[in-house]
Design a protein around this ligand. Structure first.
Ligand code: NAG
Ligand code: NAG
Ligand code: NAG
Ligand code: NAG
Ligand code: NAG
Length: 467
């Protein structure tokens, strides 16, 4: 009897001892990370009552922590540290001169309750929600009119729990357009790096009307049959660098956009100076890189280098239609590897899909100056399907040094071309006659852009660590 009491007392003292040590001596957590700017202040989500059990809502904690750090925007900026755990929350907004940092075992979990998703106005360059007229659901992590924002970590995850949305979408149960996982609007100097973005309800990472964006070292994953889970959608953005990203998605891995028909023409904001490097893509039903179909504000100066597609429908795809207006010009790709594809090259001028009946059916898109070189493709059903618009041909196409080996099951002619003009050099199998065969031509690839030289700094995080 006495010995049992001794054991209980001993355990009690031991537990008290651990508690006392926990309260008295918070460990200092220390690590380095790469950022476009470092921050003078930092807090942990736990300082604001956050509980990372995957069940408790942290909506208040995220809101309060970011509101607190917003006060340091003009005093060295603030960092919100999200430690290991599963942090459930409703949508939340970021602030300027701010870093959201995820531990490698941190998961920010989007609420599955649709009431946690407020509505937002449609984008002016789309005139309506992409999937339904009127408003759209607000993006899970959102920033507007910001400058100098970072979302990074050492491999943590932002999980959109998109399945509930995909199911509702498929059953026609949504009255508004699905939300994006991460969206920046009217923002400048944005870095998204070293994280996994998982199961977005709709397009995953959507910078729009923004500039100077660095997206680096990311994994973006969604089931290959999930609806419209594009990886990255630079939309009416200037100076964007995307590098070292691995994307598996149910729609285009990268979809470059700039507004939709009459709304995009009127808004008139192009996507230009976009660099994509070291991308790997798996998307059996869509493209590695799509230009369009919403391109009414124009797409200009896109460079893609060292890009790999595996088990993907097409490589670089241009999609547009009469009524879009706008342009796609100055597109450059160098060093493309493709394996198991339906089409290596694909262009369509008949994509359709209009926002309403007020678009101008005479608004012609201009597709001009498309340069692809140093390409190796294997197990391809069709080398190229290049289909411009009758009376509005796609011009200035150049393809050089491309070796495409066909899937033995392919029965079609390797190339099919209509309403396109350009040249080809050193391409096998031999392209269609619309591409005039030249000897020893190398398609152009321009000099680097300033955004390619932006150096990130080594930042140090030193903060209380709650054991
Ligand atoms: C986020 O910002 C937008 C635009 O300023 C605002 O309408 C919305 O209410 C904010 N959302 C949250 C969750 O604070
Ligand atoms: C954000 O910037 C846009 C474009 O400059 C401007 O029209 C809008 O009024 C700004 N919104 C806020 C809340 O400052
Ligand atoms: C990125 O995350 C990995 C772990 O996934 C880590 O080892 C690396 O240091 C991080 N890189 C930067 C630049 O923070
Ligand atoms: C959509 O609208 C209908 C009719 O107003 C309503 O019954 C339904 O609950 C709405 N669905 C959602 C997901 O809000
Ligand atoms: C042709 O492309 C391959 C990659 O597919 C590359 O290794 C090779 O150097 C290129 N040849 C020339 C002449 O540029």
């Amino acid at each position: 009897m006495r010995s049992i009491w001794c054991v209980i007392l001993g355990l009690f003292l031991l537990v008290r001892g651990i508690e006392g040590w926990k309260r008295g001596v918070p460990a200092v957590k220390f690590f380095e990370y790469a950022g476009i700017s470092c921050r003078a202040h930092s807090v942990s989500i736990e300082d604001f009552g956050g509980i990372g059990d995957g069940k408790t809502s942290n909506t208040r904690a995220f809101h309060d922590a970011i509101a607190h750090l917003a006060r340091f925007s003009d005093r060295g900026g603030g960092l919100l540290y999200v430690p290991a755990g599963r942090w459930l929350t409703a949508t939340f907004n970021l602030t300027s001169h701010f870093t959201l940092y995820l531990d490698k075992d941190a998961v920010i979990l989007a609420s599955k309750d649709i009431r946690d998703w407020p509505l937002a106005k449609p984008l002016p360059s789309y005139g309506r929600g992409r999937e339904a007229p009127g408003d759209r659901y607000a993006s899970f992590i959102f920033g507007t009119n910001l400058t100098d924002v970072i979302i990074t970590g050492n491999g943590g995850t932002i999980n959109g729990q998109g399945k509930v949305w995909w199911r509702k979408f498929r059953h026609g149960k949504l009255n508004y357009t699905r939300p994006h996982l991460v969206e920046f609007m009217y923002s400048n100097s944005v870095q998204i790096s070293n994280l996994t973005l998982l199961n977005s309800p709709f397009w995953t990472l959507h910078p729009v009307y923004s500039s100077n964006i660095i997206i680096q070292g990311m994994r973006i994953l969604a089931p290959v049959k999930s609806p419209n889970t594009d990886g990255i959608d630079p939309d009416s953005c200037t100076n964007t660098k995307i590098e070292d990203v691995h994307i598996v998605s149910g729609d285009d891995c990268i979809a470059v956009k700039s507004g939709w028909d009459e709304y995009g023409i009127q808004y008139g904001m192009p996507t230009k100076h976009l660099v994509i490097r070291r991308l790997t893509c798996i998307s059996p039903y869509s493209a590695m890189i799509a230009l369009g179909s919403e391109m009414s504000g124009g797409i200009e100066d896109v460079r893609a280098e060292d890009i790999t597609a595996i088990n993907t429908e097409s490589g670089i795809r241009i999609k547009t239609a009469m009524g879009r207006g706008g342009y796609v010009k100055g597109i450059y790709a160098k060093g493309m590897k493709m394996h198991t594809m339906k089409w290596a090259f694909w262009m369509n001028g008949n994509y359709g899909s209009h926002p309403d009946s007020h678009y101008n059916p005479k608004a012609r898109p201009v597709i001009q100056g498309i340069n692809y070189r140093d390409i190796m493709a294997e197990n391809v059903m069709m080398a190229g399907q290049l289909q411009g618009i009758s009376g509005d041909p796609f011009t200035g196409i150049c393809i050089s040094n491309a070796t495409i080996s066909m899937n033995p099951k392919s029965k079609e002619a390797p190339w099919s071309c209509m309403d396109v003009q350009g040249i080809a050099s050193g391409v096998t199998p031999r392209p269609c006659n619309e591409l005039i065969h030249k000897k020893a031509v190398t398609c152009v690839f321009p000099e680097p852009l300033p955004i390619e030289d932006v150096k990130v700094k080594r930042c140090v995080y030193k903060g209380k660590h709650h054991p």
